[in-house]
Design a protein around this ligand. Structure first.
Ligand SMILES: [Zn+2]
Ligand SMILES: [Zn+2]
Length: 886
């Protein structure tokens, strides 16, 4: 369908340059011209015509549209028809509450053979390109769309909660913008022969006219086109009373450097804004009143904000004028609105601003509730920064109006109100509360620090640029309103751009790709196991060589094998037809060993080919079959470290909560490390608890299952927790699971039983950056070695302080305090009394049960290996100070 005419339009020309130069925007424009030239080919015009619709052209925006009114001149867009018109009654059968909107949609489509599925997480771990699920179709990107993974059903509907942060500054103000919203999806994934555009169109057309009950006289449909990620196709937008209700997109074509063609898998992408449809049907003053009336009601009552509904009804239709995207001068728009309503501008603002602030607090809480429940942490890391932005924007409003309300409580109200569709939100409330409490603490601290910094800044500078404001917000967490208020105290004026938070978000999005500090661990089917290259300085010419058959996905003790030498490059790089040598990848260091009698010192992947680097020019020849041996001790140690990383990850998640995700990992010979997402540093007690629980897992000797399975099956069985190490490509993924503890898509070598790790010893933990904690550890023999070294440190420390091991933490703490005190006294030059001098003696002997060395390092604010040195220094200085003071 349509292929021929595309070719005629030069879209599908074998000229590659032309295709590569087309952006999605250009593609969309070009295809729109093609589609509107032949509407019957690309839109469900038979249905429209049979319903009595006529095709027209809008002189204002140049779009083609469909209406049943012969005399309708312009399209249904608010800009063309002169605003929206839903506040004095709307043309629907009945008012739909937010929850009813989904329930009605679900029932209607289930009756037509669609499967209703649960929402996906808003944190899109399965997608390598984005942090957040920003549309219902994003649940199926990229692997379902690309055909690498099967969809949960061929025809489905989904109430997908989504996050988008581009309009943060408009939230609360325009009455219609959200950062978090539900997009109800009607999605179909079928082969061209099963595709019936007319039927898919009829389904949604019937829904809106029969279920919601908007008469066709009240609908205007726009022809448009869509392009994204190299796919494109026609789409049809549904408008009523100036409000865009939804858009039905038909993804039918693929744009690539081999030319454009029909997609093998055709995709229907209809996304309906659930808040928007509820709002429309209710004719509510704002989208917030329509979507979460209970929360708004509770907030109004608690905060005592007076709602001048009459005024708001007048203001609401005009509020879109305040959209920061569409106006350069918001102040002028306020003036214009005040004039139009006929009230004093100051009065208007004093009444409206507390309402918009209240709406923002409610809206941001709901977005945070979903994000945190799904394992997102507000932080400075990548896209998660946006969560901090909305948290702080909400807090700034609370501070500004001196409101007595806790965001965690607002989240709980939302969870209650959303229970009929999203019962999972209530289950994780304790963790959400804890995370919000920590985030609030960080907010208050940075505010306090901020006051001093701003004071200093204003002393030296009379003008504060937007760049400086962004820098202050970014590095110190100082909000622009705080700068403004501080400046006002000194009689200075600071200009804050209206789209400030969008500017901040843009800065973060521009510079940072979605990166975990992590390995790529997945693999993609047995034939295509080595699709990830290891980064190497050398780029070898491997043209014509077949993919290496990797043998290391079986048992880790498979170390003796025979292989044929395919190629020897530069006298030292050897390629075999098959190999059990593990190349550096997935954060796991490469093996060592021998090919024939020659030593292998490095192994890496280039494309699908595994390259062995020899110590010296090998004695064997190309085409020879040679016996190979992986050094088992090295392999065992690396494998112990890798499986232990999975154990620690699982244990940390159990002990600390669902927000724990692997943010990176590396497994070497001497030690390994695991980076986890966590909102604060680990205490010595938490570290000890993790170590203890990890060793219990070893004691339980649980099996470690490894299997290669289709992605869709793995996701259905385990959920997205699979993608601990980041998203992985491929139709098939290798799943490593320790039942009841940890499951990951992972390509590394693994033990068969947890007991084979022997012992896990955590060396140290540190805050890598805000929101990420690094755990360094050893397992197996390496752990035994570190434990010997540790016990040396402890016995040395016991000798220095003259106490038993169990008294060490207490005595060390005392040493630290009294050393500090003695320094202070010595510096002051005062002559201390006899009692004061006696008080500097070390006497305390409380007992400590957990890991002593970790505790000592924490007390002394140093690394475990520096504990003896630090105690020695403090003791010496304490003695010197005492001498001076006597
Ligand atoms: Zn128009
Ligand atoms: Zn792994």
């Amino acid at each position: 369908m349509g292929l021929k005419s595309l070719r005629e339009e030069n879209l599908i020309k074998p000229s590659r340059v032309l295709f590569l130069m087309l952006t999605d925007k250009e593609l969309k424009k070009k295809f729109k011209a093609i589609a509107s030239a032949e509407p019957d080919k690309y839109y469900a015009t038979t249905v429209l015509k049979s319903e009595g619709f006529l095709r027209k052209h809008c002189p204002s925006c140049e779009k083609h549209f469909w209406t049943v009114h012969k005399d309708q001149k312009v399209c249904g867009d608010a800009a063309c028809r002169g605003g929206i018109d839903i506040f004095d009654g709307v043309p629907v059968k009945k008012k739909l509450s937010f929850i009813e909107t989904w329930l009605g949609f679900k029932k209607f489509f289930e009756a037509r053979g669609y499967k209703a599925i649960n929402r996906y997480p808003v944190i899109s771990r399965w997608n390598p390109t984005t942090y957040f699920t920003n549309a219902s179709i994003a649940a199926f990107q990229p692997y379902v769309i690309s055909g690498e993974s099967d969809p949960p059903a061929k025809k489905l509907v989904i109430p997908q909660f989504c996050l988008r942060f581009g309009d943060v500054d408009n939230v609360g103000v325009t009455g219609s913008h959200c950062t978090g919203f539900v997009m109800i999806g009607q999605h179909v994934f079928v082969e061209p022969k099963e595709w019936s555009q007319a039927e898919l169109f009829k389904d949604i057309y019937d829904y809106i006219t029969k279920e919601v009950g908007i008469p066709k006289e009240e609908l205007t449909l726009h022809e448009d086109s869509w392009a994204g990620g190299g796919n494109f196709g026609p789409c049809m937008e549904f408008f009523s009373r100036g409000v865009e209700l939804f858009n039905q997109v038909y993804m039918m074509f693929e744009h690539s450097d081999h030319g454009d063609k029909e997609l093998k898998l055709k995709v229907l992408d209809m996304g309906l804004g659930m808040e928007r449809v509820a709002w429309f049907s209710q004719g509510a003053p704002t989208i917030y009143d329509a979507a979460f009336p209970e929360v708004i009601g509770k907030l109004k009552k608690k905060l005592g904000v007076h709602f001048d509904e009459k005024l708001y009804r007048k203001f609401a239709p005009l509020a879109t004028k305040l959209n920061f995207d569409e106006t350069d001068d918001v102040e002028a728009q306020w003036k214009a609105i005040a004039k139009e309503i006929g009230v004093n501008e100051a009065v208007l603002k004093s009444k409206i601003l507390p309402m918009t602030a209240l709406y923002s607090v409610a809206e941001h809480s709901r977005a945070l509730l979903f994000a945190i429940t799904d394992g997102g942490l507000p932080s400075n890391v990548g896209g998660y920064y946006n969560l901090r932005v909305i948290f702080r924007r909400a807090m700034d409003f609370i501070e500004q109006f001196k409101w007595d309300v806790n965001l965690a409580d607002v989240c709980e109200w939302h969870a209650e109100e959303l229970k009929p569709v999203y019962p999972e939100l209530k289950n994780n409330m304790e963790e959400v509360k804890k995370i919000l409490a920590v985030e609030k603490e960080k907010y208050l601290q940075s505010r306090k620090k901020g006051a001093q910094i701003v004071e200093q800044l204003l002393k030296s500078k009379k003008e504060v640029s937007t760049e400086k404001l962004i820098e202050l917000y970014d590095s110190q967490g100082i909000s622009p309103d705080q700068v403004k208020a501080e400046a006002a105290k000194q009689g200075l004026k600071v200009e804050v751009p209206e789209n400030f938070y969008a500017l901040v978000a843009a800065k973060h999005e521009g510079g940072e790709q979605k990166t975990q500090t992590t390995e790529i661990q997945g693999i993609s089917g047995v034939k295509n196991l080595n699709r990830f290259s290891t980064k190497k300085e050398v780029e070898l010419d491997l043209k014509g060589l077949p993919s290496t058959d990797a043998l290391y996905y079986g048992s880790y003790d498979y170390v003796d094998f025979e292989a044929k030498v395919l190629n020897i490059i530069n006298d030292k790089h050897v390629v075999l037809d098959r190999t059990a040598f593990y190349p550096t990848s997935g954060g796991q260091l490469h093996d060592k060993g021998w090919i024939g009698k020659d030593e292998v010192v490095d192994i890496f992947k280039q494309g699908n080919i595994i390259v062995h680097m020899m110590k010296e020019k090998p004695k064997f020849k190309e085409q020879e079959t040679v016996p190979c041996k992986v050094d088992f001790d090295t392999r065992l140690q690396l494998t112990q470290h890798h499986t232990s990383a999975h154990i620690i990850n699982g244990v940390a998640r159990k002990l600390l909560g669902n927000h724990i995700w692997q943010a990176g990992a590396s497994k070497g010979l001497d030690k390994a490390r695991l980076d986890i997402t966590h909102y604060e540093s680990l205490t010595a007690e938490e570290t000890a608890a993790i170590e203890k629980a990890a060793n219990q897992v070893i004691e339980m000797n649980l099996p470690v299952f490894k299997s290669i399975m289709p992605r869709s099956e793995a996701e259905a069985k385990y959920g997205f927790v699979l993608y601990q190490g980041g998203a992985v490509p491929g139709r098939n993924i290798r799943v490593v699971s320790i039942e009841g503890l940890d499951v990951e898509a992972c390509g590394g070598t693994h033990l068969n039983l947890t007991g084979e790790a022997k012992i896990i010893k955590i060396l140290k933990t540190s805050k890598l950056q805000d929101g990420i904690v690094r755990i360094e550890f050893t397992a197996g023999n390496a752990a035994a070695k570190t434990m010997d070294a540790d016990s040396d440190v402890i016995s040395h420390a016991c000798a220095l302080l003259g106490v038993d091991k169990k008294h060490l933490p207490c005595r060390t703490e005392e040493l630290f305090e009294k050393w500090k005190k003695s320094c202070k006294l010595a510096k002051s030059g005062a002559k201390p009394s006899h009692e004061e001098l006696c008080a500097l003696e070390l006497t305390r002997k409380d007992e400590y049960q957990d890991d002593v060395l970790t505790k000592l390092a924490e007390i002394l604010k140093t690394q475990p290996e520096h504990v003896v040195k630090t105690i020695t220094r403090f003791l010496k200085e304490l003695e010197e100070n005492k001498k001076k003071l006597r």
